[in-house]
Design a protein around this ligand. Structure first.
Ligand SMILES: [Zn+2]
Length: 150
């Protein structure tokens, strides 16, 4: 069971963002990195939006971040969402990647519990065409310690 129904349109990778989507198929998150100003940026573009450099690379990032902002959708904005119930569309501010933000969904938090600043980590869910999409789940900062809390 995926967070959004499988009938939702899947991304159509273009030349600029194909490596981003390819990394997602390997369950990794890769972000565009400018070798000249040594900053990350997203979405991918042919040149650095800050300094115009074409000397760009891709770097794998941790996928940890926090909820920057979100909205709860109650209306079916796409036919596939009909009868699906409330869902969130969240902007995730990634850790340690300058100010890179991804528009995604937090998949394991009920609408009333979702909050700005909540720590999250990336996970990957298949779209209807089998393509893996980056989504996020709640990250418990102390979950690395014992794992026996519940
Ligand atoms: Zn740059």
């Amino acid at each position: 069971m995926t967070y959004l129904p499988s009938g939702m349109p899947a991304p159509e990778p273009g030349p600029e963002d194909a490596p981003f989507w390819q990394a997602c198929q390997d369950k990794t998150l890769k972000i565009r990195f400018c070798h000249d100003c040594t900053r990350y940026f997203h979405p991918p573009m042919p040149g650095c939006p800050r300094c115009g450099s074409m000397d760009l690379g891709w770097k794998e990032v941790s996928g940890n971040g926090t909820v920057f902002t979100y909205t709860i959708g109650h209306h079916a904005v796409h036919p596939a969402l009909k009868g699906h119930g409330p869902y969130n569309v969240s902007v995730i501010l990634l850790d340690d990647v300058d100010d890179v933000r991804l528009v995604s969904n937090v998949i394991d938090v009920p609408p009333e519990e979702l909050s700005i600043g909540m720590p999250v980590t990336v996970c990957f869910e298949p779209a209807g065409n089998g393509m893996l999409l980056p989504r996020f789940r709640r990250r418990n900062p102390s979950s690395e310690s014992t794992g026996s809390a519940r």
